[in-house]
Design a protein around this ligand. Sequence first.
Ligand code: BTN
Length: 323
Amino acid sequence: MKKTAPNLIEISSILSDGLYHDGETIGKKLDITRAGVWKAIKKLENYDVKINSIKGKGYSISEPLFLLNETEIQNGIANKKIQIDIFENIDSTNYYLKNFIGTYSPQICIAEHQTKGKGRLNRSWHSPFGKNIYLSLLFPFQKDLSNLIGLSIVVGLAIIKALKYLGLDKELSLKWPNDIIFNSKKLAGTLIEVFSEANGLSYAIIGIGINVNMTQDKKQITQPWISLKQILNQNLNRNKLCISLINSLLIYLNKFDEKGLACFLTEWNSRDCLINQKVKLINANKTTTGIARGINELGNLMLEIEKGNIKPFSAGDTSIVKD
Ligand code: BTN
């Protein structure tokens, strides 16, 4: 676990104009030695960043790489009391925040790279360096665990709202419980872990992975996926995205803490990509098939397993069945 080295941020930004820069000039600009520049370049290569190097000309990066900037993000957040930690490398942003359960204000951890990124249902979450958003938020709730069932619904809606400034709106939908979908492909996912306190209060660690500037990957991701860069045809500023995401999450979570799930149901209905579709639900190795009939006031998926027989389901993985 390591905070991002300032040199790494500056060097990747210099090289991101696509031109060649020699070690000496970079070193002078940043007031470090050529060996220091070389070390940073090696580090980027170890993170699988493709660096071109030509003797006499120096180094360049073919795909722009702008690393996250803690001050810029902190300045963009409406709530100034929030602690934000950004790491160059970490096992998992969700694991890190477990150390802070018991803290009374929200706390955020973002990473450029995760070595043990976790997905739902024990899957791993592929986390290539500097490409995407890997962000976790620890949020203290004024209610007990039993009232947090609909949380994943609210988080999914908050993510969609956060992406609205990019001109994305109607194209995005939610697959219960919380996958963000574009064109039947996964754009973002959420892993939520909840903890109860003896005094009746509770905490959630909300881990969010958004595919941002990833366009291909060495590792085969098993689900069909898409990134914002592929949708919008441009490299995205991840600082801006983090700011929008954090501000949106805090608005949605505070409202959920105060008012519960009921006031989000209409918004959910307009995003639900499973509604009236034949759906397969896998939960604890049990598969149930039925027609999706929306969610109930607790956030459970309502499945019509036979004509007129609609049952609620609280957890699982869903997919549309194509006949
Ligand atoms: C899923 O759809 O399976 C959930 C993916 C959640 C990934 C995020 S990335 C940030 C946070 N840290 C993790 O280890 N996982 C979540």
